[in-house]
Every structure is written in C-alpha cells, then in structure tokens.
Ligand binder design. Structure first.
Ligand code: SAM
Length: 247
C-alpha cells in the first residue's frame, strides 16, 4: 500500500495550553498551516530550513518561536508593542509571533536579501499587516535613529554566541524594554561570561528560563535581558567586529 503524505500540521491545542497557557484560534491555525506550506514551497527555491516534517515543524519552528513568551509579564502579551526579530532567516521566531500577537508590530531583520524576499512574500500572501521585512546588518541598523532604542522587545534565535546576540539586540531596545535570547544548552559559565557583556551594553540578566521542547524533549533556555540604561554610543561595534571579538 502506498503511503500518502498529507503535510497537515498536528492538532496540539492541549500541548499549547499545558506549556504556554495559550492556543491558536481557527484563523491562527490556518495561518500556521499556510506558513508551513509556503516554507515547503520556498525550500525548493532556496535553503530555508531542514525541519520539514509536520511534527518537527510544529515543535521546532512554531512552538519554539512562541516559547520565548514564557518569561514575559502578561501585559507584554496584551499591549501594542514594537518588536524586532534579529536574524530572522525564514521568519523565526518573528512570523509565528506576528500571527499569535496581532497587536505587536514586528520588524523582521536579516542581512540576507533572499531570506527577506521570502519573508516579505509570505507577509504579502498571508496579509500579515503587522510585520515588515528589512534587509540590513544588526550592527548597522542598531546605530540608526528610528531603530536604535526604539523597540519594547528584541528577539534573537540561532544567530551567534550569546554575548554577540546581546550586542546585536540591546542597542535596539528602549530603556525598560527586554531582549530575549533563544538558547539551547546553557550553564553557569555561560551566565558569568554573558553578565559582563550585558552590563557594558546597559542591561542585566533578569531571568533565565530553562525548559524543554514538549515532544522530543530538546534542551532550551530562554535568557531575558532587561535594558536598564542607554547603550553607550560605541555599541554595536562596526559590522563584523562583535562576531570576531565577542565582548
Ligand atoms: N532566526 C532564524 C531561526 O532561528 O530559524 C534563522 C537562524 S539562521 C541560523 C541565522 C540568520 O541570521 C541568517 O539568516 C543570517 O543571515 C542572519 N544574520 C547573521 N548575522 C547577522 C547580522 N549581523 N545582522 C543581521 N542578520 C544576521
């Protein structure tokens, strides 16, 4: 008997509720399904992701993107926020959050033009009016008035070392706002080495939230950086320097 592949995302309402105390409504479920279809189609033109089965896509892209909200106060979830996703690639974590939080205005930033061309076509096809794709390096855009110290929330997943992610993200955040670093394995040494970088950038580590993905039990740590004071003008350093000489 031949097998039929349906490419239908699994129904995970209970899992959403148990882990994030949230679940998508019918329209959001349809949008998630459309994102999945568009990613599969886009993967034929360019390398967007190796995570392609419905179950993996649900857990490692959709759930994982939303998992960053776990350490945020409830008022973050209900307010109209300015949010930036740095190094979004094919749109993660930014696109699932755009769908989950229509009250957030989300900038999806990546230095690769082709990735942002894909993200912008997704935004148009799915009519996601609260998202915009931008091609730029974080080190360059983070110095520009209108983007520097403008965002309530900066998100960054799978881009670089934690201290590099801090240097990319904190300059974008308003004083009082938050940067969320999506990390995998984490230990006390990681915390110690991140602390001094974050202090130089005007922030502090407010919360470390260790947890695991709900199906395959992968290790995750969300690191929440609170911006306490303006980031000194010398940060972010010139393009390429943060990655070559991490703080
Ligand atoms: N965040 C996505 C995810 O988790 O699926 C994509 C991760 S991908 C491994 C890293 C992305 O960061 C790439 O698309 C790359 O172009 C982008 N990137 C790396 N350094 C960057 C920088 N300095 N400024 C903007 N984008 C950057």
């Amino acid at each position: 008997m031949s097998q039929i592949r349906t490419n239908k995302l699994p129904q995970m309402n209970q899992m959403w509720q148990q882990t994030l105390h949230w679940q998508p409504n019918t329209i959001q479920e349809q949008l998630f399904q459309q994102v999945y279809q568009e990613i599969l189609a886009g993967n034929r033109q360019q390398n967007l992701t190796r995570i392609t089965t419905p179950e993996d896509f649900w857990e490692k892209h959709l759930w994982d993107s939303l998992s960053g909200i776990i350490g945020l106060d409830n008022n973050y979830l209900t307010q109209e926020l300015q949010v930036i996703d740095i190094g979004t690639g094919a749109g993660f974590p930014g696109i699932p959050l755009t769908i989950a939080f229509p009250n957030w205005q989300i900038t999806l930033l990546d230095s690769t033009r082709k990735k942002i061309a894909f993200v912008n076509s997704l935004i148009t096809k799915l009519k996601l009016n609260n998202a915009t794709g931008v091609v730029a390096r974080a080190e360059a855009l983070g110095r520009i008035p209108g983007d520097r110290e403008t965002y309530d929330l900066a998100l960054i997943r799978a881009v670089s070392k934690a201290s590099v992610c801090a240097e990319y993200s904190l300059p974008f955040v308003k004083v009082g706002g938050m940067a969320v670093l999506y990390r995998g394995h984490w230990n006390d040494e990681d915390t110690d080495s991140l602390k001094s970088a974050v202090a130089q950038l005007g922030g502090e580590i407010e919360l470390l939230y260790p947890w695991e993905t709900p199906v395959s039990k992968g290790v995750r740590n969300c690191v929440y950086l609170r911006k306490l004071s303006a980031t000194p003008q010398k940060f972010p350093r010139a393009v390429g320097i943060p990655d070559k000489q991490p703080l």
